[in-house]
Design a protein around this ligand. Structure first.
Ligand SMILES: [Cu+2]
Length: 167
């Protein structure tokens, strides 16, 4: 058995080295160009939330397109996706700060003033929520954030990156 093991090791090293060289020569895989979604055919976009980050680290969207978000909570805590500008993020941060100390269980109901709701989806651990959303046509910066108390500061905030669609 020992002899067989020593024979295999060099072979595996050669395979590993060949794989590494293949990756190095082809460079990083480019993100394919986006074909914007429409109301009739929304583009599917995955957002994964976990402690304490979102994947991908920036959300690529085209202005005015309709997307079907698949929001997946791959963590153990409840998370949310709030999409909006800085004012929307501030409004939810203040509103949800009031829930600090609430007993364990369902997320308490919170609300923000009209006009600063943005898009908000709460997703429990292990859950996936699908939401159709039309991206605004304004180029005002948008952020994806989680305002379950403490999560924003721990890193649950990623930018929306507006991309030029494939022609
Ligand atoms: Cu969170």
């Amino acid at each position: 058995m020992l002899a067989l093991g020593t024979l295999r090791a060099p072979f595996l090293l050669v395979v590993l080295a060949a794989s590494v060289m293949a990756c190095a020569s082809s460079g990083p895989i480019a993100t394919p160009p986006i074909s914007p979604g429409t109301a009739a055919s929304p583009r599917e976009v995955n957002i994964i939330a976990r402690e304490y980050r979102f994947d991908p680290p920036s959300i690529d969207l085209a202005l005015g397109e309709t997307v079907l978000f698949h929001i997946i909570n791959g963590g153990l805590e409840t998370h949310e996706v709030v999409i909006g500008d800085a004012a929307v993020q501030d409004a939810w941060e203040v509103a949800e700060a009031a829930t600090v100390g609430a007993p364990p269980g369902p997320t308490p109901l919170v609300s923000v003033p009209p006009g600063s709701q943005g898009l908000r989806v709460v997703v429990r651990s292990g859950e996936r929520v699908d939401v159709t959303w039309t991206v605004p046509t304004s180029t005002d910066p948008l952020i994806v954030g989680c305002h379950i108390p403490g999560h924003w500061e721990k890193g649950m905030q990623v930018p929306v990156h507006f991309v030029t669609p494939a022609s």
